[in-house]
Design a protein. Structure first.
Length: 383
């Protein structure tokens, strides 16, 4: 079955309701009722299926989790209040007693989890070059990388990394937010846990903050228990919005991925653009990984380098309807300036080492018509 078809129907088996509606109800309740002590005890103690208190679980979270499990080809999934909560729970569940190794090229929030939260608690965190599987440090219990990195869209050979991690006794956690299961299913390549900011392409409409993780029943149960304890589980309406958005995942992704490839070609030929970072282009440094794991395609996000921060500022100011918004994965094309927003936690030297320049602009490509996008971007660059 194609991912587009799965996305339309997934998750409904988790709904137990008579009559069965096509669009599931929102179970907007903090607590569930019981008729007797025995059942209340069994459900609360996890001995019988059911719901007791919404922080511990509710049907909307279960439907969204089941849908993402289907899309990622996972035995189980757990929904979190945000992508950050999902990453933290995944790392803590995966690491056992070991340290945490994080790719150098990664979302700034993941760097913050390591530096501002885990390290002060005494959990050792180190950064490594995810393009070199042998660079995974000894003693790591969990390794975190992105299939397609934020912000420059470098591709990671997660199959090679999973093998190297397992050889060293570590588990591999992969953030698949940028690439999505439309382009790659990391669990099929040996990855232990997949995490998402479901705020982005999975929900797709810029109206909800949500996270999700997927993998083996054992690891997902451990992560779910942490999420419940932290209180980092989702509100029913947020989970409902996630599933609502997921229904159009296939058409949104197909259209946006095609738009991104067309924009990458146009920008690469533009005299004001110094460099375009997109895996659909032959010039992309990991083009071979794109061929092997992404069907030769690039994600619905691209980055490009203008001459300077001033040039980036002028470009943003000239645009008429492509707006500056520090997020990604929405139906609308939006952009941001990584050096001053998503990656501001990094020093200028760290940014430079990763290839983020003061003139780098990241574009999250939406589902508008290709010719309108090309015209708007050409207008922005014409100043
Ligand atoms: C790749 C990636 N992972 C995780 C996150 C965090 O997700 P959330 O904002 O839903 O907590 C983001 C947010 O931008 C992201 O880009």
């Amino acid at each position: 079955m194609h991912q587009a078809t799965r996305a339309v129907h997934a998750g409904m088996d988790a709904l137990q309701s008579e009559p069965t509606p096509l669009s599931p109800p929102i179970y907007q309740s903090s607590v569930f009722l019981f008729d007797d002590l025995q059942r209340a005890g069994d459900v609360t103690g996890g001995l019988a299926p059911g719901y007791s208190y919404a922080r511990i679980g509710h049907p909307n979270a279960d439907m969204f989790s089941a849908a993402v499990a289907e899309l990622e080809g996972a035995p189980a999934a757990a929904t979190a209040a945000s992508g950050m909560a999902a990453i933290l729970a995944a790392l803590l569940a995966a690491r056992g007693e070991g340290s945490i190794a994080i790719a150098e090229e990664i979302y700034g929030g993941s760097v913050a989890i390591a530096r501002s939260f885990l390290s002060p608690l005494g959990v050792a965190c180190t950064f490594f070059d995810a393009h070199d599987p042998e660079a995974i440090p000894d003693g790591a219990g969990a390794v975190l990388v992105e299939t397609c990195s934020n912000p420059l869209g470098s591709l990671t050979d997660v199959a090679a990394l999973a093998q190297a991690a397992h050889r060293k006794g570590a588990r591999l956690v992969v953030d698949n937010t940028f690439a999505t299961p439309y382009l790659i299913r990391p669990l099929s390549l040996g990855v232990d846990l997949v995490v998402h900011s479901a705020t982005k392409f999975l929900s797709g409409h810029g109206d909800v903050i949500l996270g999700v993780l997927a993998g083996s029943r054992e690891l997902v149960a451990a992560a779910q228990s942490l999420l419940t304890t932290f209180g980092a589980t989702p509100d029913p309406f947020a989970a409902w919005l996630g599933l609502r958005g997921l229904r159009t995942f296939g058409v949104r992704m197909e259209h946006a991925v095609q738009n991104a490839a067309a924009i990458a070609r146009m920008l690469e030929a533009h005299p004001k653009v110094r460099r375009v970072h997109h895996a659909s282009l032959q010039s992309h440094p990991q083009r071979e990984i794109a061929e092997r794991f992404f069907d030769g395609r690039g994600p619905a996000i691209l980055a490009f380098d203008l001459e300077s921060e001033q040039a980036a500022e002028q470009f943003v100011a000239r645009l008429r309807w492509i707006r500056y918004a520090p997020s990604l994965g929405d139906v609308a094309t939006i952009l941001l300036h990584p050096a001053t927003t998503s990656h501001r936690q990094l020093s200028p030297e760290e940014q430079a080492r990763l290839g983020i320049t003061p003139g780098t602009v990241r574009l999250s490509v939406g589902i508008e018509a290709e010719e309108d996008l090309v015209e708007e971007l050409s207008h922005g660059l014409a100043g």
